[in-house]
Ligand binder design. Structure first.
Ligand SMILES: NC(=O)c1ccc[n+]([C@@H]2O[C@H](COP(=O)([O-])OP(=O)(O)OC[C@H]3O[C@@H](n4cnc5c(N)ncnc54)[C@H](OP(=O)(O)O)[C@@H]3O)[C@@H](O)[C@H]2O)c1
Length: 277
C-alpha cells in the first residue's frame, strides 16, 4: 500500500470523481475536496486552502466553475505557492483548449510552480463528452431537446475517463513533469451529430436545435439559470466554438500509449451504466 495522499480538488465533479476512484484503485489515498466535501475547499476562500493542502504529495487542480472566470489565474498561482509551502511535490492542472483565460491560468501555475521548485503538468482538454451525458446538456436532452448557439462547428469531444487516466498517470508516474498533455477524442463531430449519438445509445428521442447567441441567452435567463452562469456560457460559446479546436490531437496516445476513446463508446458506456434510465 502506497502512503501517498493526493488532494483532488473538484473531487465530486466530472473529472475529480473519476480521478479519486482511480487513485483509490491504485492504493493511494485520495483526499476529495470541494465546498460540500468533508475536506472543505472553496476557491473563493483562501482560508480553506492550507488545511486541505496539509500532508499532501500531489494535487489535481480542477478550478470551478470555469477557468474563464476572471482571476482564476491569480487564485491558481496562489494555491500553487501555498501547495509548495506545504510540501506538495506535484501539481496537475485541468485546463481548456483554445481558451485565453485557461492558457493564462496554465502560465500562472507553471510560473508559480517553477519558482517554487514544484513539478507541474497541464492536462489541456477539448469539450467533454460528459457534458451531454451528465453535465449541463444532460437535463435538456432528457427533456428531448438541446438548443445551443452553434451550427456546423465540429469539436473532438474528449471522454472524461481518458482525462482521469492521464491525470492519474501525471499525479503518480514518472515522465509527465513539465509536459502539456493536449487531450481530445479521436474524431471531431458537430453538436447535432453528438446528440444523435446520445439518442441512438439511449433509445430516447432527442433533437438538436441551433439558435442564435441572443436566443440562447434569453432562453437560459427565462429558465432561471443564474446571471453569472449565463454570462459564462455565453462567453464560452462566443469565444471557443469558432472552429479553432476542430482538429483532434494524439494527446491521449502520447500520454498513455493507447488511443483516445470515441464519443460513441463513451456514450454507450453511460447508457449501459444506467445513467439514462
Ligand atoms: N466541461 C468541459 O467541456 C470542459 C472542457 C475543458 C476544461 N474544463 C474545465 O473543467 C473544470 C471543471 O472541472 P469538472 O468538469 O471536472 O468539474 P464539474 O463537474 O464542473 O464540478 C465542479 C466541481 O468543483 C467543485 N466546486 C464548485 N465550485 C467550487 C468552489 N467555489 N470552490 C471549490 N470547489 C468548487 C464542485 O463541488 P462542490 O459543489 O461541492 O463545491 C465539483 O466537485 C473547469 O475549470 C473548466 O474550465 C471543462
Amino acid at each position: 500500500m502506497s502512503e501517498q495522499t493526493i488532494l483532488v480538488t473538484g473531487g465530486t465533479g466530472t473529472t475529480g470523481a473519476r480521478v479519486a476512484q482511480r487513485l483509490r484503485a491504485r492504493g493511494v489515498t485520495a483526499r476529495v475536496a470541494s465546498r460540500t466535501s468533508p475536506c472543505h475547499l472553496d476557491w473563493a476562500d483562501p482560508g480553506s486552502w492550507d488545511p486541505a493542502l496539509a500532508r499532501v504529495d500531489a494535487v489535481w487542480l480542477a478550478y470551478a466553475p470555469d477557468l474563464a472566470v476572471p482571476g482564476s489565474d491569480d487564485v491558481l498561482a496562489a494555491v500553487t505557492r501555498r501547495a509548495a509551502a506545504a510540501g506538495v511535490r506535484r501539481v496537475v492542472l485541468l485546463s481548456g483548449r483554445g481558451e485565453p483565460a485557461a492558457q493564462a491560468a496554465e502560465l500562472a501555475v507553471r510560473a508559480a510552480a517553477d519558482e517554487a521548485g514544484l513539478a507541474w503538468t497541464v492536462v489541456r482538454c477539448s469539450w467533454f463528452v460528459q457534458n451531454f451525458t451528465e453535465g449541463q446538456f444532460a437535463g435538456p436532452l432528457r427533456d428531448g431537446e438541446l438548443a445551443l448557439p452553434v451550427d456546423d462547428v465540429v469539436e473532438p469531444f474528449v471522454d472524461a475517463d481518458d482525462i482521469a487516466d492521464v491525470a492519474v498517470a501525471a499525479l503518480l508516474d514518472d515522465g509527465h513533469a513539465g509536459r502539456v498533455h493536449e487531450l481530445t477524442g479521436p474524431r471531431a463531430l458537430t453538436f447535432a451529430a453528438a446528440v444523435a449519438e446520445v439518442a441512438a445509445a439511449t433509445g430516447r428521442p432527442m433533437r438538436f436545435r441551433s439558435v442564435t447567441l441572443a436566443e440562447h441567452t434569453a432562453e437560459l435567463a427565462a429558465a432561471g439559470v443564474p446571471e453569472d452562469v449565463v454570462a459564462l456560457l455565453t462567453h464560452l460559446f462566443r469565444e471557443v466554438l469558432d472552429g479553432r479546436n476542430a482538429s483532434p490531437t494524439d494527446g491521449v496516445q502520447r500520454a498513455l500509449g493507447r488511443p483516445a476513446t470515441d464519443l460513441t463508446e463513451a456514450v454507450r458506456r453511460s447508457a449501459a451504466a444506467g445513467c439514462w434510465t
